[in-house]
Design a protein around this ligand. Sequence first.
Ligand code: PMP
Length: 356
Amino acid sequence: MKKHNYSAGPCILPQEVFEQSAQALLDFNQSGLSILEISHRSKDFIAVMEEARALVLELLGLEGKGYQVLFLQGGASMEFLRVPYNYMKVGGKAAYLETGTWASNAIKEAQLFGETEVVASSKAANFNYIPKDYTIPADADYFHCTSNNTIFGTQMKSFPKTDVPVICDMSSDIFSRQLDFSQFALIYAGAQKNMGPAGTTLVVIKEELLGKTGRTLPSMMDYQKQIKAESMYNTPAVFPVYASLLTLQWLKKQGGIAGIEQINAAKAALLYAEIDRNPLFEGTAAVEDRSVMNATFLLKDAAQTEKFDALWKAAGISGLNGHRSVGGYRASMYNALPLESVQVLVNAMQELERSI
Ligand code: PMP
């Protein structure tokens, strides 16, 4: 039986994407060849790459606005260094908002390049809220933030208005909610939450802001070279890009981001209402900053852990344990998780309450 998959990533993808991907492993486009054995330069795969890039711009509302789309490798973690390579001027500086472990990792990489000002941090509070009062220095080459804190379950609900280019790690909430994506100079996201399997990273770039650092860049780090090569400077992750295309096509059929945003809001509302109502549980993130994607919560009485774990496992739920650095529970409700799965979790929480 298919599990209710709350994994934080890699995570649930639409069932039809699993089925179509499985078919393409055996016979891609009725070519008599598997997607795994075709050249990335073949006509059929170039069509996949082109459609995926175009669909990203369409879904984000960025068509005709000077943005380029790349599918790179090395995970979102590689963008932690590609970003300073491409945006931090020699002798310049960057501004970072520290809202979680991934933001901290991005900061560590930027510090290797030059002055890196952390404009605000919620580290002292175990990243359970999003700092809001901070100033971005006008002379920063860019401002970097993380839209959704996958581990601690907080999410930026708004982004600063600034003349400094804003760069955002959207790994865990890309394509989940409507935003004015044109406010960002660059958006990146590892595929393995809302877009596809692990193995490729989406990078969406406002092209005119590139090439201004005075640095000589290694080719693989250079966004301009990657753009010129249309994401094929080296062999791209053929299968993850194909599965990402299938997921993007599925998303379009759900009414795009506007359609999925409503379902995501309903899922989060259902679960947070139960966390707040049920006397056995408590949420760990500041209420106003709660993530729609990753809900983190605890049992108030740790002695109930064994019983609750048995209940949700018996209900067919998988992947509910909190990140190893935090403990407790984390329900990751990415785009492909159906509302019914959230109801199953809520039922398990209510069953625990009844059993006491
Ligand atoms: N940023 C965020 C917000 C993440 O959630 C993750 C991974 N879960 C990363 C970066 C790192 O991604 P990767 O493993 O693809 O390098």
